[in-house]
Design a protein around this ligand. Structure first.
Ligand code: ATP
Length: 115
């Protein structure tokens, strides 16, 4: 049980480090908080909240994975390598794809309630 709690502690530490060190992560968290406040104001349905929570968690999880990949590559050294570029750029691409999807889903849910 203590080991399990310690693992949760490390994971929580990872989330905090991601937020404190990554500018993009700060932006994702700020947008997520804004969406949550807006969702409360326009009274989203349970289904809409479920979709919003899945989308927010997906974007933040991908950004954390992107940070992990960047850190693992930088740990290996600063020497230029095409595989390092591929890994970093595809990981960043994954975040971008999910962020665009999140923006579209946000528009689909919020547009009719706001305009
Ligand atoms: N070791 C490397 N070998 C080849 N290309 C690299 C290497 N390190 C970074 N790059 C490339 O240089 C560019 C900038 O990389 P960098 O690590 O600064 O990421 P970034 O996109 O600025 O991310 P962040 O600001 O989140 O750290 C990216 O296209 C990346 O793929």
């Amino acid at each position: 049980m203590r080991k399990l709690l310690r693992s949760f502690g490390y994971a929580f530490e990872g989330i905090c480090q991601g937020i404190s060190t990554q500018r993009n992560m700060k932006i994702h968290v700020a947008v997520a908080l804004l969406v949550i406040v807006l969702g409360a104001i326009v009274s989203l349905s349970w289904l809409e909240w479920t979709i919003i929570i899945i989308v927010i968690c997906s974007v933040i999880s991908l950004e954390l994975l992107n940070t992990a990949i960047e850190a693992a590559i930088d740990l290996h050294g600063s020497e230029w390598h095409p595989l390092a570029k591929l890994a970093k750029d595809t990981a960043a691409g994954a975040v971008l794809v999910m962020s665009i999807g999140a923006a579209i889903i946000g528009l689909i849910i919020f547009w009719p309630k706001l305009f």
